[in-house]
Design a protein around this ligand. Structure first.
Ligand code: ATP
Length: 403
């Protein structure tokens, strides 16, 4: 059942750019007031502002969500900001307080910016990463990283005429090489980390990927192909992973199942990224390939993600806390806003709420339109706009629609 909800994330039609003319980079927020019907459902959103640029990109994102919810008659949102992260650890010795974990677990969805600071570490030298702990705690086994570049959209690759990039990377997010996180063995002469792949999680993961490809095919988004990305030619664990993939593939005779080694995949993601539909891979490989996917889109600042389990889901940008630009007001808020749009979409599908789904699509389309227009871009995309101006451009588009 949950899988059906998830498929919808990737049903985004990419070719409906908004064309409403607006002033460039508006900075003044508008508040939309609307009276709610008494029976409106309110959804609880747990918010982790995190570290570095986290609070800077969270503020305009939550403001946008609040205004959209205030203007909507079909749903309402309530936000609870929870402490966690490297800054919190430095102050209190706790990286993810028990109460934060409990409240997040009880919320309808979790919106997370970025956590971790290179200078704040556990005694064993590893970084503070509550976002990874959340994945483990809530069994968020499917990490969803959509990679979309429309024809004509600026990016590092020059796409052949008529080509676009539209694939989804599904990264297993609870085991793989991250399984031994925090418990690797290190001696004076040797270090070991253990990779773990289980049948149970792999089966869930592959079913998720095939269901996703089937949904995309039904909506004309892809040929219905799932590529298992592994290193089965070298490691027995990946041969096991691939074997389970092939077993699950047999249940989906309407789809194409193929395999690729991770090194070749990195090459093809640059040489012919339009060939991919859904790719599914182990945690560490997915970690690396998702940054490559973000690069194809123009950078981490525009790459959203979701980590999804059978009950909970966390929505967060692919990027980290970017301490090198923190506090300057120049961070790109779009990956965070796009992640928030995925959250609205997921909540809307899960709760069969058309208004939320419509707002999820509206929010995503507004961000895409601002990026495509190119006149209010942040520094990472080659522009000069600050965080508030970039988010303000999205708000202005939404306001212009509602006027
Ligand atoms: P993590 O390991 O936590 O994923 P990281 O070390 O890979 O983090 P990031 O914090 O994601 O690194 O930053 C990588 C680079 O991308 C930095 O130069 C940073 O300034 C830039 N960057 C990341 N996010 C943004 C953003 N939203 N806007 C502009 N630049 C960004």
């Amino acid at each position: 059942m949950a899988l059906r909800y998830l498929l919808r994330f990737f049903t985004y039609a990419l070719n409906n750019t908004l064309s409403t003319p607006i002033a460039n980079c508006p900075a003044v927020p508008q508040t939309i007031e609307k009276v709610k019907p008494e029976m409106t459902d309110t959804y609880e959103i747990a918010v982790f502002e995190g570290d570095g640029i986290g609070p800077e990109i969270t503020a305009p994102t939550v403001a946008l969500l609040k205004d959209m919810a205030a203007a909507a008659t079909g749903y309402d949102l309530s936000f609870t900001t929870l402490p966690a992260g490297a800054g919190h650890y430095a102050r209190t010795g706790e990286s993810l307080p028990k109460d934060s974990l409990r409240i997040a677990g009880e919320a309808d969805a979790i919106l997370l910016s970025a956590m971790g600071l290179p200078d704040v570490r556990y005694p064993d030298g590893t970084e503070i990463s509550p976002q990874i702990e959340l994945r483990m705690a809530f069994n968020l086994f499917a990490g969803i990283r959509p990679v979309n570049v429309r024809p004509g959209q600026a990016g590092p690759l020059t796409l052949p005429e008529g080509r676009e990039i539209d694939f989804v990377l599904v990264r297993e997010s609870t085991e793989g090489l991250f399984y031994s996180m925090g418990s690797g063995e290190v001696t004076e002469t040797e270090a070991r980390e253990t990779l773990r792949i289980t049948r149970e999680v792999s089966e869930q993961l592959f079913r998720f990927a095939f269901d996703l490809a089937r949904g995309r095919k039904a909506e004309g988004r892809g040929p219905g192909r799932v590529t298992c990305v592994d290193k089965a030619n070298v490691f027995r664990a990946f041969a096991f992973f691939r074997g389970i993939f092939d077993e699950i593939a047999a249940d989906y005779p309407d789809l194409v199942a193929d395999h690729a080694y991770v090194d070749a995949t990195a090459l093809w993601m640059v040489q012919k990224p339009w060939d991919f539909d859904v790719m599914v891979t182990e945690n560490m490989f997915g970690d690396i390939l998702s940054d490559l996917g973000a690069g194809l889109m123009g950078g981490l600042g525009v790459a959203p993600s979701a980590d999804i389990g059978l009950k909970q889901a966390v929505f967060q940008p692919c990027h980290g806390s970017a301490p090198d630009i923190a506090g300057q007001g120049v961070a790109n808020p779009h990956a965070m806003i796009l992640s928030a749009a995925m959250m609205l979409d997921w909540l809307g599908i899960k709760h069969d709420n058309a208004a939320m789904r419509a707002d999820g699509a509206r929010l995503r389309e507004a961000v895409e339109a601002v990026i495509a227009r190119g006149d209010c871009l942040t520094r990472d995309l080659g522009g000069t706009a600050g965080t508030d101006a970039a988010a303000g451009a999205v708000r202005a588009l939404l306001d212009a629609q509602s006027a």
